[in-house]
Write a protein that binds this ligand. Structure first.
Ligand SMILES: Nc1ncnc2c1ncn2[C@@H]1O[C@H](COP(=O)(O)OP(=O)(O)O)[C@@H](O)[C@H]1O
Ligand SMILES: O=C(CO)[C@@H](O)[C@H](O)COP(=O)(O)O
Length: 492
């Protein structure tokens, strides 16, 4: 029987599980998709039970390829979402996830009563819809019954911890993305919560990311196939866990995840100055920090194009075909531009009301042009965060790319051409699940014997002709966005 470490990532599009051996080698991995529900415009919800079913499925799947002895479990997950559970641990409503933008009235209440400067200084994040704190205010105002029945606020992956171990807790990296946590004092932001008439007792206990947060219960053992008593590490947010395995020791490397959202992230020795519009939160390794810039729809946008707009199956094969066709379209998409803010923007500027636009459409364009233009638009958004990091004093000479979209050449090359930087493709595209497994190993005192800096595939170099095309696209997109900035918001 082989000794292994299990990592679970509760992504936005799917749950993933990986099993690593003591040398960090992937022995098995599995993925199970679920949906984002959008029952009203601006809403984005998921059913925590569907998360749990998917997690049970992927764990059972990887274990079936054994025999394995799992020495620890580590957890990673999508950030910011709000899960409210009652005294019996049952969700009082669906989870409101990070790409939700319904709570604009509450965003204004937070700004009026507490102020953006106080919130940013205290929590590291600006006031924005989709963050657990603002979503919590919405539930309190609009669904008092679901708020009243709740006894604990959990972040998404912490619901999985609860189902695995029975423990209601979070850890600093996800607490730090909730808008309800004081990152300077490492305590719940009770003053902010009280000012907004949110009950501070709802916030769960916070345990260190690299510690053991509980053990697999006998009920969870029956559902997953894990042995009861297996230690479960606290883990962290998806990107925080990703930094554990993306070889980011070289400070001039920045990571980019092309996942449901697109994220630029970097571990830093000090918290970055919030004036540069980036998110700042505690990192899993105590005393260090994570800086992050986000494009709110990357893979989500491609999935939406394939599914809602083109009416195709959102299957891996259909997505792969669409991305391959997009790769055949020349840089610049023959004049088509896609401002890809389908779900608003958060960095460098918060604007939940912003939406995307397709500019320059002609009879010469087809599906592949539209998909490519979206990839280009997302990369221009990611480039803005890379530039913000450089402005904040973090030198950037190389990108390491990972996530579901990074398997496609069109994303890798466009990222390199838009940023003008070499892009190293991580050989561990499931960086969050891998980081969670590695964190679990650390938590039980058995660090993996590998140098993750060497887990790299090919390096993509910028093509000078495409760099010139994208330099122009960057300024053209900026003009389009400026022109649309004052567009009247439709009444929903
Ligand atoms: N097996 C796959 N085949 C094709 N595309 C995929 C696959 N897995 C993920 N993707 C693409 O990557 C995106 C999600 O990336 P991923 O890193 O898995 O996201 P998340 O962690 O948010 O669930 C999807 O929206 C899809 O476009
Ligand atoms: O909102 C953010 C980061 O601020 C998102 O990046 C979420 O953390 C979800 O990540 P993915 O599911 O896209 O990996």
């Amino acid at each position: 029987m082989r000794d292994v470490y299990l990592g679970v990532d509760l992504g936005t599009s799917s749950a993933k599980a990986v099993l690593l051996d003591g040398q960090g080698l992937v022995l098995a991995q599995a993925q199970s998709r679920y949906d984002v529900h959008r029952p009203a415009s601006d809403w984005a919800e998921q059913d925590p039970e569907s998360w749990w079913r998917a997690v049970c499925g992927v764990i059972s799947d990887v274990l079936s390829r054994g025999p394995f002895r799992v020495l620890s479990v580590g957890l990673a997950g999508q950030m910011h979402g709000l899960v409210l559970v009652d005294d019996a641990g049952l969700p009082t409503r669906n989870a409101i996830i990070w790409s939700d933008s319904r709570s604009r009235a509450q965003e204004r209440i937070w700004a009026d009563r507490v102020g953006n400067d106080t919130v940013t200084t205290t929590t590291g994040f600006p006031i924005a819809t989709g963050f657990a704190g603002v979503s919590l205010s919405w539930v309190r105002d609009e669904e008092p019954e679901a708020y009243g029945r709740a006894s604990t606020v959990l972040l998404p992956k912490d619901f999985i911890r609860y189902r695995l171990t029975g423990e209601l807790s979070t850890e600093p990296t996800d607490a730090g993305g909730s808008l309800l946590y004081d990152i300077r004092h490492h305590t719940p932001a009770t003053a902010i919560m009280s000012e907004l008439e949110l009950d501070p007792d709802l916030f769960p206990s916070v345990v260190p990311s690299l510690s053991v947060s509980g053990a697999v219960s006998s009920e969870a053992a029956r559902e997953t196939g894990l042995a009861a008593g297996t230690p479960v590490a606290a883990g962290g947010s998806d990107q925080s866990m990703g930094t554990m395995v993306l070889g980011l020791e070289d400070p001039s490397r920045v990571a980019i995840a092309i996942s449901s959202g697109g994220t630029v992230f970097k571990r830093t020795a000090r918290p970055l100055d919030s004036r540069f519009g980036l998110h700042v939160m505690p990192h899993a390794v105590e005393g260090t920090w994570l800086a992050m810039g986000v494009v709110l729809s990357a893979g989500l946008g491609i999935d939406w194009l394939a599914d809602r707009v083109f009416g195709e199956q959102r299957s891996p094969a259909a997505l792969s075909a669409l991305m391959a066709d997009a790769d055949d379209v020349p840089a610049g998409s023959e004049g088509l531009m896609f401002s890809a803010a389908l779900a608003g923007t958060r960095t460098p500027r918060v604007d939940a009301s912003r939406r995307g636009s397709l500019v320059g459409l002609g009879f010469e364009h087809g599906k592949a042009h539209i998909a490519r233009a979206m990839v280009e638009g997302v990369c221009v958004g990611l480039d803005a965060s890379v530039r913000s990091m450089a402005q904040a004093g973090e030198p950037i000479r190389e990108i390491v790319v990972s996530g579901g979209g990074a398997r496609f050449p069109v994303w890798r090359q466009t990222l390199s051409d838009v940023t003008g930087l070499p892009v190293v493709v991580s050989s561990d595209l499931e960086h969050s699940a891998m980081g969670a497994a590695s964190t679990g190993a650390l938590a039980v005192g058995r660090p993996l014997e590998t140098d993750f800096g060497t887990h790299v595939g090919e390096t993509i170099h910028p093509d000078p002709a495409a760099v010139a095309v994208y330099s122009e696209l960057r300024s053209e997109l900026a003009s389009v966005e400026l022109a649309l900035a004052n567009r009247k918001e439709p009444q929903s």
